[in-house]
Design a protein around this ligand. Structure first.
Ligand code: AMP
Length: 625
């Protein structure tokens, strides 16, 4: 007998979930469904994302609601639009063979009248993000007086996102005798408080160990110098040719910059962050799901609730500010019983964060070595060999050309031909990684290195009396060194004599400015756009988070702060093949490997000033995410 039938799920639903490939209940389903099917208890389930939570509460709901009635009987609150859509779609799939089930997804950033129309037509299950839900309640457009069940999904996330008040207000609209089912990946005091305030003797279940990440996730870290971060990241990606990853950055600026650099270097990458319109986000997500993108570069906020199967790696390009976010990030991989790797690129100063995270997730991180150039080449070579072995040959199409091909290759032995085919792709990597330095450091050496020889608090690359600045324009923007000098002097209204060395790179430039004139440069470039791109100036040291805090606020656009630790714009990469991304130095990637169509970065505002969260609520604080 089907184990879901045994649990008490009706046949129509079991048929539908069998079609989805659910053969047996996941742990949370096995434990929660019997409890929730009684309909008598409040419930707290501690479970990570990807454990099958949606069916754990969704299937019991489908058993308990009266679908002959058309008023709301269940309300599911969740933190993001993505999750809201995911849950409502999942419920519809589970209910495929059940008549008259009406689910509405209520979330911000979408047309409210459509949602109101659906509600008016009659729904039994409302899946909502808190902001939009309150909006609809405020319009008296929904009647919650018959709600029997409220599900708070990813409760910790909702609280993290500042929805506490909203949740309180929404819950007060629902009848006292309803049952509340709360799911959360972690159980901070805030969630505990909600459970205490709104529930009566809830049945508590934990899947896995409390606060522990999914056991199928391996946690790795790489210890590197901050300036080598981007190079190390690329090596890791290059040594995993089949990677399908989500790369987490701390700010939207960082996601954009990394994505831009990767695209220039020939990777299939794009960014997802809070400045994109819903349409742009959907487009990026579609390309990622379709696997036109291999790497999705995202902020924590933007990536919440993403459920894409088969993500092989979560890459913490920058560790999260909130340690709890680490669990959410790593939960994007190893979904539905699969395995995955969550890796972090850290410098010596960040080692303590790794130790802290180990405590949070309850298991140690494995220290990994950034692959040496030769290792990357070997991985790539065998990936090419595998591709050649597995490539589908279209006999019909290729046969007319075969005689000519054979004739051309006649003089070559089989071995020679194999060598040449493999070398076609492989040579680029070989070339790129020739003489590539070892990027690994040991904690002790790194410590010394990181303290550096900064004598005067200035960025250590700056000549005496000069400050080294970063600008986000470079040779790809068709600047020569002379053009750049003119560009700086004109905008800052300073003499060319005040400018020291100009180090023009692909997508950025480092230049030195006499200390006395630095402020003028920051002033002069305020609000300046170049070909639709906002010009950004930063003190170069701070981009690596190694600068003094008093320089922290120097970067243009105060929403960024100046202290992005472990920035990737290592200043001293000039001359090193690996470091300078873009700008003439081709990476080992295939040229034109980028299949995407993103050319719209100029249109994306990057001026901070708050972001629309996915429930359509305006956050007051300036957001970097
Ligand atoms: P969730 O935690 O609800 O987001 O589920 C994570 C993923 O696991 C989704 O893609 C579900 O479709 C899938 N899933 C949930 N339950 C099962 C099950 N019993 N068997 C197989 N896949 C499942």
């Amino acid at each position: 007998m089907n184990p879901f039938l045994e649990l008490g799920i009706r046949e129509e639903v079991v048929n539908a979930i069998s079609e989805l490939g659910f053969e047996k209940p996941s742990e949370i389903q096995e434990k929660a469904i019997p409890v929730l099917l009684t309909g008598n208890d409040d419930f707290v389930g501690l479970a990570q994302t990807g454990t099958g939570k949606t069916a754990a509460f969704g299937l019991p709901l489908l058993e308990q609601l009266d679908f002959s009635q058309k008023h709301p009987q269940a309300l599911i609150l969740c933190p993001t639009r993505e999750l809201c859509l995911q849950i409502s779609k999942d419920l519809e799939k589970f209910a495929k063979y059940v008549d008259n089930v009406h689910v509405v997804a209520v979330y911000g950033g979408a047309n409210i009248s459509d949602q109101l129309r659906q509600i008016r037509r009659g729904v039994q299950i409302v899946v909502a993000t808190p902001g939009r839900m309150l909006d609809i309640i405020g319009r008296n457009a929904i009647d919650f007086s018959n709600v029997k069940y409220v599900v708070l999904d990813e409760a910790d996330e909702m609280l993290n996102m500042g929805f506490k008040e909203d949740i309180n207000n929404i819950l007060s609209e629902t009848p006292d005798e309803k049952k509340t089912w709360l799911f959360s990946a972690t159980m901070p005091a805030e969630v505990r408080r909600i459970a205490k305030n709104y529930m009566t003797d809830p049945v508590e279940l934990t899947v896995g160990t409390k606060n522990t990440g999914n056991a199928n996730i391996e946690h790795h870290y790489y210890l590197i110098k901050a300036k080598d971060k981007y190079a190390a990241f690329k090596r890791i990606v290059d040594s995993n040719p089949d990677i399908f990853g989500i790369v987490f950055c701390r700010t939207k600026i960082e996601t954009q910059d990394i994505a831009e650099a990767l695209i220039k270097d020939g990777y299939n990458a794009d960014s997802l962050h809070g400045d994109l319109s819903q349409q742009q986000r959907d487009k990026v997500m579609k390309r990622y799901r379709d696997r036109s993108l291999q790497l999705l570069i995202a902020t924590d906020v933007a990536a919440r609730g993403i459920d894409v199967s088969d993500v092989t790696h979560v890459i913490n390009f920058s560790l999260p500010d909130e340690t709890e976010n680490y669990t959410h990030r790593s939960g994007r991989t190893a979904r539905a019983g699969k395995t995955g790797i969550s890796l972090s690129l850290v410098n010596v100063k960040e080692l303590s964060k790794i130790r802290h995270l180990e405590k949070i997730i309850g298991k140690p991180f494995e220290k990994k070595q950034v692959p040496q150039g030769a290792e990357v080449c070997e991985k790539q070579l065998f990936s090419i060999v595998k591709k050649i072995e597995n490539v589908e040959v279209n006999d019909e199409q290729i046969s007319p050309f075969l005689p000519a091909i054979m004739e051309n290759l006649e003089s070559l032995s089989k071995e020679d031909i194999i060598k040449r085919f493999a070398s076609l792709e492989f040579n680029r990597f070989l070339d790129y990684y020739k003489n590539a330095p070892d990027l690994n450091i040991e904690a002790r050496d790194g410590g010394r290195e990181d303290r550096g020889d900064r004598r005067d608090g200035r960025s250590r690359e700056g000549s005496k009396g000069y400050t080294r600045l970063f600008m986000n324009l470079g040779s790809v923007d068709e600047f020569s060194r002379g053009d750049m000098l003119g560009f700086i002097c004109n905008n800052a209204n300073i003499s060319g004599k005040s400018i020291g060395k100009i180090d023009l790179k692909g997508v950025f430039t480092f230049f030195e400015v006499q200390d006395a004139e630095v402020e003028k440069v920051f002033q002069g470039f305020q609000g300046v756009d170049y070909n639709g791109r906002q010009v950004r100036i930063e003190v170069s040291g701070e981009t690596r988070g190694e600068g003094r805090s008093d320089r922290g606020g120097r970067s243009r656009g105060g929403d960024r702060g100046g202290r992005r630790e472990g920035g990737y714009r290592g200043g001293d990469r000039g001359g090193r093949r690996e470091g300078g991304y873009g700008g003439g130095e081709r990476s080992g990637r295939r040229e034109g490997g980028f299949s995407g169509e993103r050319r719209d970065r100029g249109e994306r505002s990057s001026n901070g000033g708050g972001f629309r969260d996915f429930s359509g609520k305006r956050k007051e604080s300036k957001s970097k995410y």
